[in-house]
Design a protein around this ligand. Structure first.
Ligand SMILES: C[S@@+](CC[C@H](N)C(=O)[O-])C[C@H]1O[C@@H](n2cnc3c(N)ncnc32)[C@H](O)[C@@H]1O
Length: 398
């Protein structure tokens, strides 16, 4: 079955320039498919589609975030998100007697800007604000936004190429980063495990299932062992092969403090529900959500939900404590959202209404409130109940 790019009526057509970039990227991926003997792991396809230098979705100059882009994240939705997060950072930094912040995947840079400005207002600035960003293009945008909106704080910001080796005292933040990590796809087929790979036929990328290699077989066996019933035949889902290594390196960096990981996802038992038989892979293109990653290569975002049980287990194995797991709504409510909302002036009706709408988007169950979760991994903060997790503790679900 070939899948050339045939725009569905609902998907706006890309420009000729965008299509040319996509064709270049597709040629590069085709060369890798050929070198791999005809079938390439979906994880490698996703890595190239999102991060191939100069060609991948996050590496080109297209608008991704906000109304003119493809999707809106919480910090793009409202400064209230950063202002609440700042209050949680303030609590941790105070307990440590000061420290730094390290943000993974800072996107447009808006969270860094709003967070630094709010921490300045709270008189709790971090000593440094490190950003670890894979995309050179986004890094340039982040530098530009900080220079425009918080120039007086720019000397605290440092862009890193890799994690600082040991010794971070402070807070690590990752908002919608784990969902952008490449995943492998697996399918249960007639009692055997197969890996769903990518091939090229005539004019387009197609799916090709091949026998799963030993590491994927072991990984799926381990996740199945934690499920109440076996996954049914035909079941297709994802596994993030880089996740535990990523958490291990984070743990090696975090000497004392908290890592707050915010994303859409589930505990393992809810993730691998029998009825979620097509997995959680999603693509975002100009505010349309669909499930076909084989079209618009390099022009659309590709994501998978996060298995928070896997993140928590990797954190524990690396010596971190699970200090909290809750919904985004409860985290924001515990981190000062009610006070921030109460300070809004209803007489200024335009601003007040805009803020009310933003609060709804961030907290309502049908919006981002329940789908997004916050997980806190800590080291050396025993006895400090993190304020963002005070209202609802969901750790027993992990
Ligand atoms: C969906 S965007 C989220 C951006 C931003 N955090 C926000 O909430 O608006 C994903 C971001 O994660 C970055 N990213 C993905 N994997 C990463 C990794 N392993 N290390 C650092 N950044 C990563 C991408 O380049 C991109 O900036």
């Amino acid at each position: 079955m070939t899948r050339p790019y045939t725009p569905e009526p609902a998907l706006p057509p890309p420009t000729a320039e965008a299509l040319a970039l996509s064709a270049q990227l597709s040629a590069l991926i085709r060369a890798e498919i050929a070198a791999a003997g005809g079938a390439l792991s979906f994880a490698r396809y996703m890595e190239l589609a999102l991060y191939a230098p100069g060609l991948g979705y996050y590496s080109t100059g297209s608008h991704k975030f906000g109304a003119r882009g493809d999707f809106i994240t919480a910090p793009e939705t409202s400064p209230l998100f950063a202002r609440c997060l700042a209050r949680q950072c303030q609590q941790v930094l105070a307990a440590l007697g000061g420290g730094a912040i390290l943000e993974f995947g800072a996107g447009s840079g808006v969270l860094a800007v709003e967070l630094l400005l709010e921490l300045e207002r709270l008189n709790s600035l971090p000593t440094e604000y490190f950003i670890l960003e894979l995309s050179a293009e986004l890094r340039a945008r982040q530098q530009q936004l900080l220079a425009q909106r918080a120039a007086h704080l720019l000397d605290r910001a440092h862009w890193l190429d890799s994690l600082p080796v040991g010794g971070l005292h402070g807070v690590v933040l990752a908002n919608e980063v784990l969902d952008a990590m490449p995943v492998q796809l697996f399918v249960h087929s007639a009692g055997a495990l197969r890996e769903r790979c990518i091939a090229w036929e005539e004019q387009g990328f197609v799916w090709r299932d091949v026998p799963a290699g030993a590491p994927l077989v072991q990984a799926v066996a381990a996740l199945q062992a934690a499920l109440p019933e076996p996954l049914p035949d035909g079941y297709c889902s994802e596994f993030n092969p880089a996740l535990s290594g990523w958490v291990r390196s984070l743990a090696a960096t975090l000497e004392r403090g908290a890592a707050l990981l915010i994303d859409y996802g589930y505990p393992r038992r809810e993730y691998y529900l029998p009825e979620r038989s097509a997995g959680t892979l999603m693509c975002h293109y100009r505010h349309r959500v669909h499930a076909d990653p084989l079209i618009l290569t390099g022009l659309q975002d590709i994501t998978a939900h996060v298995d928070f049980s896997a993140v928590a287990a990797a954190g524990l194995a690396a010596g971190l404590d699970i200090a909290g797991y809750t919904t985004q709504a409860h985290f924001l409510l515990g981190s000062g959202l009610p006070e921030l909302a109460a300070a809004s002036d209803p007489e200024n009706s335009a601003a007040h209404l805009a803020m009310t709408d933003q609060i709804k988007t961030l907290t309502l169950p049908g919006e981002m409130g329940e789908r997004f979760k916050v997980l806190a991994l800590t080291r050396g903060l025993e006895g400090l109940p993190l304020r963002g997790f005070a209202l609802r503790d969901l750790r027993n679900r992990l």
